[in-house]
Design a protein around this ligand. Structure first.
Ligand code: KG4
Ligand code: ZN
Length: 352
């Protein structure tokens, strides 16, 4: 089955074409085209994503991306079996740009349409790492997903395929949002996550500065998170210190990153133990963080050797349409299909 997928939930316009077969039991995917057009440069001057601007850019970007995707995949629209599109969560004006485009294509090409939850896309994003067949077959349940992005921080449990329960989430800022805000406090450009991790990577034991920061909610008995206090702690610290030199910025970035990772690790290991998860998936833009990947890999190896940890490759960590094609495919294998006229953008769409 050939799926053309469209993603416009935030500041990446993306279209992928994926050939999928094998169903839920032994899925095999072949990515025929993976195109992304990032709007980061445009939103940079505003220090964050401006929804109406994002919408306008998506509308402009989608037609050339479609041409590029069809050209790369070397297929005509007639060969496409179904169109998949993200309908939430995300910025509603941005989501509408993708939905309207998908509706037009489905009508023009006379193809069915499947609406996809962006977060479910992140859950399936690691399936294409190295060998898709091998990874897909290793999905054992209960499956725990830690979803960490600019808009989300949640632990999602699936006892069975495609059935989700959110067992914990952030009570205020998402972890990616905290990275972005702390970057702004340190005068670093948007998006802040990669900037903070780049600075933190420069830290060595020779750094003479030490600024302990809190680990919010690390000892609470639930699986919820809170990152807004951590960001505020950085804000007060920077206000107190005044002008910062490079070494001070590095020390702050490192401590902030350690704090965020410590909390994510502690809550995730608690959930792995409590629910007896057999697979751990980490998805969302923050999984690009090298230190985070390193520490989760070490945690699973040492404390949960029976758990399979699945991490997406770099190009599938941040928003893309290939992961939307995968999630759409699994939904279709369950017999789901959307009524094109009834797809609505849902900014706060939840899993489960
Ligand atoms: O999933 P994503 O591309 O978009 C959303 O759905 O939000 O995630 C973007 C988020 C941003 O907050 C960005 O700062 C963060 O992922 N991010 C990182 C890194 N790379 C991207 N955070 C920490 N370390 C990174 N290396
Ligand atoms: Zn995302």
């Amino acid at each position: 089955m050939i799926i053309l997928a469209i993603e416009t939930s935030c500041d990446e316009s993306a279209i992928s074409i994926v050939d999928a077969k094998g169903g839920l039991k032994s899925p095999v995917f072949k990515v025929l085209a993976h195109t992304v057009s990032s709007q980061i440069e445009l939103h940079k001057e505003f220090g964050g994503v401006v929804p109406m601007l994002a919408k306008r850019e998506h509308i402009k970007n989608l037609p050339p991306l479609l041409d590029e995707a069809l050209r790369k995949a070397k297929i005509s629209p007639a060969k496409i079996d179904v169109v998949a599109v993200t309908y939430g969560p995300g910025l509603e004006p941005a989501l509408w740009a993708g939905i309207n485009f998908a509706q037009e294509l489905a009508q023009k090409w006379e193809k069915p349409l499947i609406a996809v939850n962006h977060m479910e896309g992140h859950i399936f994003s690691p399936l294409l790492a190295n060998s898709s067949k091998l990874k897909a077959k290793s999905l054992k349940y209960p499956l725990l997903s830690l979803l960490i992005s600019g808009g989300h921080t949640e632990l999602v449990l699936a006892e069975k395929p495609l059935e989700y329960k959110i067992i914990g989430s952030t009570r205020d800022d998402a972890v990616g949002e905290a990275f972005d805000k702390v970057a702004r406090i340190l005068d670093l450009p948007y998006p802040g996550g990669p900037e903070i991790s780049r600075l933190a990577d420069k830290w060595t034991t020779k750094n003479e500065y030490s600024y302990p920061l809190p680990r919010p909610m690390i000892s609470s008995k639930d699986f919820d998170f809170s990152f807004s206090g951590l960001k505020t702690a950085v804000l007060y610290l920077v206000k107190k210190l005044g002008e910062l030199n490079d070494e001070q910025k590095i020390a702050i970035a490192k401590e902030f990153q350690d704090s965020a990772i410590d909390v994510l690790l502690k809550k995730t290991s608690g959930a792995l133990a409590k629910f007896g998860a057999k697979t751990l998936i980490i998805g969302g833009g923050v999984v690009s963080n090298k230190e985070l990947k390193k520490r989760f890999t070490a945690l699973v190896k040492k404390e949960f050797p029976k758990v399979t940890l699945l991490l997406p490759d770099a190009k599938l960590s941040t928003d893309n349409a290939t992961m939307i094609a995968l999630a759409g495919y699994f939904r279709l294998t369950k017999g789901e299909v959307s009524d094109p006229a009834n797809i609505k953008a849902q900014g706060n769409l939840k899993l489960g």
